[in-house]
Design a protein around this ligand. Structure first.
Ligand SMILES: Nc1ncnc2c1ncn2[C@@H]1O[C@H](COP(=O)(O)OP(=O)(O)OP(=O)(O)O)[C@@H](O)[C@H]1O
Ligand SMILES: Nc1ccn([C@@H]2O[C@H](COP(=O)(O)O)[C@@H](O)[C@H]2O)c(=O)n1
Length: 434
């Protein structure tokens, strides 16, 4: 399963072929993000992202497949401010220049479905916290659009109160814009597709098929009690008995057939949603193991890219400050802390500064991960692989070295309580060059 995921989300390295399994996980670079016009506000209003991608993205009107870049394997939630409405002019690159071609990363989409109040939003928050997906709630996007002064505001307000489904033309655009603006490639799309029209429009417009559909199965009486309780404080126009009844009808008549459609394709992972929030989350965690493994491999490739690129800042961000290491340079001793490694980054600097950007790009070494194995033990993970490093010698001839590397990662919480993997220990073998 991991290999299947990697085949989709990574590109093959240019090392030897044959039995050797080579993956080059991520270049760490963001590609152009497509945006789609819908209404009248500006992109600046809409995005509250931590990623640098928004600030310096060169926006183009390319489609999905054209250039989907990748951000860190980090953890981002989208803001709830409206991000729907981006003018076509805003979407064009301000400089007129096209960004350098980046390796396309296919978006990975999981649809999260279930009746109103079944707990979709609650569990999406958990998944974001632990597995680093971007959570896009179609309902939240519509509510934000409604409040933004959009031309569609009144129509959306009526549809929500009546428990009816907003035309896909609006919802799919909102989703496309939010996906593009995120700069990420792994999405939990919550409360969508709500009917067959939603499903067909999304497939047609994006060409994306979901990895799977996470379906929360919950009886109406449980959902009703939850929604009425939520209604005491949510301020939502549809958390009242009259709207709830209408929403249930819409769910049975229009949304259940969508679940049946995906069930026919073997894509539905059904979860009983009546238990406690913690129990429900425990039951969905196994579906996300493969993504966690892919995240770790991505983080490892970013680390190697930082080393190859001489980018100490990027390297230090991924590492625990107490990083320990056995590596040939330490002559059999355990290197503790980042100082030992920083020495090598600093050493490279004057050479890099002296060179022109063009020649720098040419002489930069390149590491490819081969035969990876990722094992996760709770909050600790071990990533083992062979690192094939291509470089250029002083006589300008290329050479490749191979090291066996074992890298240990530990899951820690950032300031916002989101899980992030920190590199805590590694062991690198010596290797002859050929
Ligand atoms: N397993 C659970 N046990 C008890 N209460 C829950 C559980 N899951 C969610 N809730 C509560 O039920 C309410 C509805 O949950 P949530 O908002 O996650 O549902 P939803 O499926 O996203 O609903 P909607 O589609 O209406 O937005 C919330 O108040 C939430 O705290
Ligand atoms: N694909 C969708 C999703 C939602 N809506 C409308 O929003 C209402 C609230 O949705 P929640 O997911 O937050 O419960 C929903 O009842 C619909 O009116 C939609 O039209 N299309």
């Amino acid at each position: 399963m991991l290999q299947a995921l990697l085949r989709r989300s990574v590109y093959a390295g240019n090392g030897p072929s044959g039995d050797l399994k080579i993956v080059r996980a991520l270049s760490g670079a963001l590609g152009a993000a497509p945006v789609y016009p819908l209404g009248t506000s500006t992109a600046q209003d809409c995005v509250g992202l931590t990623s640098a991608s928004h600030e310096d993205s060169h926006r183009t009107k390319l489609g999905w497949a054209a250039s989907w870049g990748l951000a860190a394997a980090g953890f981002t939630t989208l803001c709830s401010t409206p991000l729907s409405i981006v003018q076509a002019e805003d979407a064009a690159s301000t400089s007129g220049e096209q960004p350098p071609a980046k390796s396309p990363l296919k978006p990975i989409v999981i649809f999260v479905l279930g009746g109103p109040g079944s707990g979709k939003g609650t569990q999406c928050e958990n998944i974001v916290r632990e597995y680093g997906f971007v959570h896009l709630s179609a309902g939240d996007l519509l509510r934000a659009e409604m409040k933004s002064g959009s031309q569609y505001g009144d129509m959306i307000a009526t549809m929500i109160k009546e428990g009816k489904i907003v035309p896909s033309e609006v919802t799919v655009r909102l989703l496309q814009n939010a996906m593009a603006a995120s700069g990420k490639n792994k999405f939990l799309i919550d409360g969508f597709p709500r009917n067959d029209e939603n499903r067909a429009a999304f497939e047609r417009e994006t060409g994306i098929q979901p990895e799977f559909v996470l379906f929360f199965d919950c009886p109406e009486e449980v959902m009703e009690a939850r929604l009425l309780d939520r209604g005491k404080s949510s301020g939502r126009s549809d958390d009242n008995m009259e709207s709830i009844r209408k929403r249930f009808k819409t769910f049975v008549n229009q949304s259940v057939p969508v679940v049946d459609h995906y069930d026919g394709l073997g894509k539905v992972k059904k979860v009983s949603a009546t238990r406690s929030k913690e129990d429900v989350f425990r039951s969905i965690q196994p579906f996300f193991t493969e993504f966690q493994q892919a995240n770790l491999l991505e983080a490892t490739q970013m680390l190697l890219d930082a080393i190859d690129g001489g980018d100490y800042e990027a390297y230090a961000k991924l590492c625990d400050e107490k990083l320990t290491a056995f590596e040939p340079e330490a002559q059999g001793h355990l290197a503790e802390g980042l100082g030992f490694h920083k020495f090598y980054f600093d050493l490279k600097k004057p050479v890099a500064d002296a060179a022109s950007p063009e020649s720098l790009a040419l002489i930069r070494p390149k590491s490819t991960i081969s035969s990876p194995k990722v094992s996760v033990y709770g909050d600790v993970a071990v990533v083992t692989y062979v690192r094939l490093q291509q470089d250029v010698g002083s006589s300008k001839t290329g050479f490749t070295s191979a090291h066996q590397e074992t890298r240990v990662w530990q899951r820690k919480r950032d300031g916002k309580g989101l899980a992030e993997w920190k590199h805590v220990h590694f062991h690198r073998s010596a290797a002859p060059s050929v």
